[in-house]
Write a protein that binds this ligand. Sequence first.
Ligand code: NDP
Length: 247
Amino acid sequence: MSPTPPSTTPNTLANKIILITGASGGIGRCAALTFAQLGASVILLGRNLKKLEAVYDTIEAAGGPQPAIYELNLQTATPHHYENLAAAMEAEFGRIDGVLHNAAELGKLTSLRQYSPEVWQRVMQVNVTAPFLLTRALLPLLQKSSAGRLVFTGSGVGRKGRAYWGAYAVSKAATENLMQVWADELEDTPIRVNSINPGATRTAMRAGAYPAENPLILKTPEDIMPTYVYLFSDSSGLVHGQQLDAQ
Ligand code: NDP
């Protein structure tokens, strides 16, 4: 599904509190800057404080609503860490209007026969287990929103498995299913749950997967933002359990 997102205004996301994982770079950083520009208070979650602070400073310099930083390594975080995160968000914001599950690990591009069990575990932890635990911990705060939004991040190789994409492909298929299970379970609530496949986008992850590719032929994170904004806006209230393509 790839709808034509309606045009945005500077108030499209006004007064919304949106947490973004992997906000330190690539698509997550761009989503944080874009959402703040449209009025949202963004919570920047990531493992690299310096990079998160740089995003924070950029938002402040642009005059956006004051963001927040939450440092967390999704690879090592335990359920206890997520409970602490939820308690901190409750104390600071009282509710959450949206979560963008964006952070991911590419892992290694190699055959399953040669795939390292350690890398497999790491990719599954960051790409699948972390979004599950984070959603579970934040659900009470999302339920306090009149229009909560959960957005998961898929990938073409999650829709159809491809040789040498290993744990990443498997994790992205699991992500789509995780989205669908949450969507089904939250059907009768105001929370809307969907996923986005960004498509080939000019980021460090894409460059790692396709080192010989000319990045200038690719869409930029800015180019694909309309679909992201749409899913967090009030206009997408009827969209639920869908897999959207950002390109
Ligand atoms: P990047 O590698 O540029 O950014 C990934 C982000 O995730 C970074 O902020 C990174 O933090 C963060 N991250 C990775 N591991 C962890 C961790 N253990 N704990 C906390 N944060 C972590 O990737 P993209 O922006 O390209 O990808 C964003 C999403 O889009 C991903 O889910 C990806 O799978 C998906 N996607 C991207 C495509 C593309 O062409 N770019 C195509 C299809 C899907 P740090 O800065 O510390 O490394």
